[in-house]
Design a protein around this ligand. Structure first.
Ligand SMILES: NC(=O)c1ccc[n+]([C@@H]2O[C@H](COP(=O)([O-])OP(=O)(O)OC[C@H]3O[C@@H](n4cnc5c(N)ncnc54)[C@H](OP(=O)(O)O)[C@@H]3O)[C@@H](O)[C@H]2O)c1
Length: 268
């Protein structure tokens, strides 16, 4: 599989790590177009892939898949640059938050397009990628996309594109919410007088274990929460405080804000 990335930032690197560790493609078959010279040198040195400062050049290496991994703010410029350069058999795969399939097709005049919303745990094979495709994407390219995404964690195909914008706000930005939650819990341990390192270890493994328990048992989170909450106990005291401080409402509002921003960023 020959892959080109346009934009060699954080998410490109996360996907790249996943691809290389799963050996889905050889490093010499990967090209990254990236304007920043230092960044190009770093990527070349660390991963042995090819880089270029020219987005057009990155498309001309007979890439099977061209991954758009740029920020929404430069999407319009980049789409106009690559317009007419993509060959009909190349698959354009966008991870750009908010960018609609319709927009990608209209601006590039290219109809084989896939939209994916990955997240950063992809770099350790524990990501979530939600994706959809235009009707012109053939079976082979859909299979190639699933094979590309599988080593990055779980991959979920959805027919309805609006679910991608929702996923952006939930799983795309989600790791940041979890990191913020973990940060606060660690701080809470330190405030009680616990050494930072111990608090950190306890919190990370509590979050890991709880997520694993949910995944493996398939039991509803509210059920598991009730199981660890005895009336008048320590957990009940903590949960009452969380309710008073409206943690649940704050999270709902945060996801809504991310969703609205994703829709806004998608307007070229
Ligand atoms: N980060 C996440 O967790 C996440 C999750 C899901 C989806 N996404 C999506 O993934 C995309 C990339 O996000 P990111 O976090 O990887 O951003 P990022 O780290 O800022 O990467 C974007 C890269 O594109 C480069 N770039 C800027 N202008 C360019 C141009 N005209 N042509 C080619 N490359 C150009 C940037 O270089 P300079 O730094 O020199 O400008 C940067 O290296 C976004 O659309 C985002 O919505 C991100």
């Amino acid at each position: 599989m020959i892959i080109s990335f346009i934009g060699g930032g954080a998410m490109c690197e996360a996907i790249l790590k996943g691809i290389l560790s799963a050996k889905s493609a050889n490093n010499t078959d990967i090209t990254i177009a990236e304007p920043n010279n230092d960044r190009r040198l770093k990527l070349e040195k660390q991963y042995g892939i090819n880089t270029t400062s020219s987005n057009v050049e990155a498309l001309q290496n007979k890439a099977d898949i061209v991954v758009l991994s740029i920020k929404p703010q430069v999407l319009s410029i980049v789409l106009n640059e690559i317009k007419g350069v993509l060959s009909p058999e190349q698959l354009l795969l966008s991870i750009v938050a908010g960018a609609k399939l319709d927009t990608l097709i209209k601006v590039t005049n290219h109809e084989s397009v896939i939209r994916v919303m990955p997240n950063t745990p992809a770099q350790i094979g524990s990501g979530v990628s939600v994706w959809t495709a235009t009707p012109r994407v053939n079976k082979r390219n859909k299979e190639m996309t699933a094979n590309l995404l599988k080593p990055l964690g779980i991959e979920i195909y959805v027919k309805d594109e609006s679910l991608i914008d929702m996923s952006t706000a939930l799983s795309g930005s989600g790791p940041a919410y979890v990191f913020a939650f973990i940060e606060s819990l660690i701080e809470a341990g330190v405030k009680l007088g616990m050494p930072q390192e111990l608090s950190s270890e306890l919190v990370i493994h509590t979050v890991l274990g709880s997520a694993k328990m949910l995944d493996e048992t398939g039991i509803d989170p509210s059920e598991l929460r009730k199981l660890v909450t005895s009336p008048g106990g320590t957990t009940a005291a903590a949960l009452l405080k969380l309710e008073e401080e409206e943690l649940g409402q704050a999270l709902i509002k945060a996801v809504q804000a991310a969703y609205e921003r994703s829709i806004e960023l998608g307007k070229l």
